[in-house]
Write a protein that binds this ligand. Sequence first.
Ligand SMILES: Cc1ncc(COP(=O)(O)O)c(C=O)c1O
Length: 405
Amino acid sequence: MTGEAMTIPFFRPSIGVEEKEAVQRVLDSGWLTTGKVAREFEERFADYVGARHAVAVNSCTAALHLALEAYGVREGDAVLVPTMTFAATAEVVRYFGAHPVLVDCDPETLLMDPDATEAAAAKWSGGGRLKAMIPMHYGGQMCDMDRMADIAKRHKISLLEDAAHTLPAYYRSHSTAPWRSVGETSPMACFSFYANKCITTGEGGMLTTSDERIAERVRMMSLHGLSKNAWTRFEAKGSWYYEIVEAGFKYNLTDVAAAIGIAQLLKANELWRERQALAATYRELLADCDGLVETHPELEDRQSSWHLFPIKLNLSAMSIDRAQFIEEMKAAGITCSVHWMPLHLHPYYVREYGHRPEDFPQASSVWPRLVSLPIFPGMTREEVHYVARTVTAIATRHARQAVGV
Ligand SMILES: Cc1ncc(COP(=O)(O)O)c(C=O)c1O
């Protein structure tokens, strides 16, 4: 079919000698948990995204939880979240006994649709306060943050970005406006350093904010609600004394993980350039498949991190479904994924909120067509060509008729 066979995972982490040496230094230092290295990671990260403060935590989920806590979300409140997202964006709302109000996506970009967000905010009458909204930057392309900020302001709700997929990513209001980094476009943004993210610490996350009081609250709540964190308690001029001022959480990031994070952050631009080049190659190679496969758009006023490379299958022009397409990719040695089955179709959200597929028509109709192709720094030219050739071969073989191929 496509000549030589290859084995291509969905993702392969880029860990080099720098990460290994950095971890070794921390192991040799005798201080393994949160300390100087985590602080340095925070400072460098804040600098990188242009935020005033950054707090390192052990996952993006933890960051999202702490962000909602800092915004004062309470039981019975409501928070606008996209239906086209990962479990974490909405589950953190449920941690408070608050309600995620799901919002449909734009069928092209898969981003939380601003008009649907406006409509959901305007018609909210569920009883509790509409307290916050969490636009999520699908695949690394930022939402329309001007629109989101405007909706948040008019409805008097707090704005928080789920930036799990972005590092880096940029947004501008129009073609002559300056580019703004993720982390600069709202009061709080939450990042993920899970193994397959743009930079990784294995597991880890970061919350950035422009507000010093929020940063202090998040820092305190990330470590048991203590009045001082462990590092201050144990440093030479610090004291053994601390007070529990809130019932906090255990969300701190270790120095071992932070050491990997610093080494990764120093390469973030290089890793991004690789992702951009891979995405450009896929788009060029798959342009031939037009009519059977659509590639993901990058809007004019965005620069995506290209954490994901989703394609949409034109199933009406093909005699197979998405599951068979993924099976045939697997048989050719290529692991694909799907981002995502929307939240409103999952049993928990159907059971709790009675959602129906037709309540979110865009997400319901697009998700059966979605396939995420492998994309990761270190992926070779041969690998990306092989994946594109295989996609084209499978789609063409199962075309109902010759459509643009
Ligand atoms: C959109 C989104 N938000 C949040 C998360 C949670 O990140 P973490 O695994 O760091 O908690 C993920 C993880 O994949 C994600 O895709």
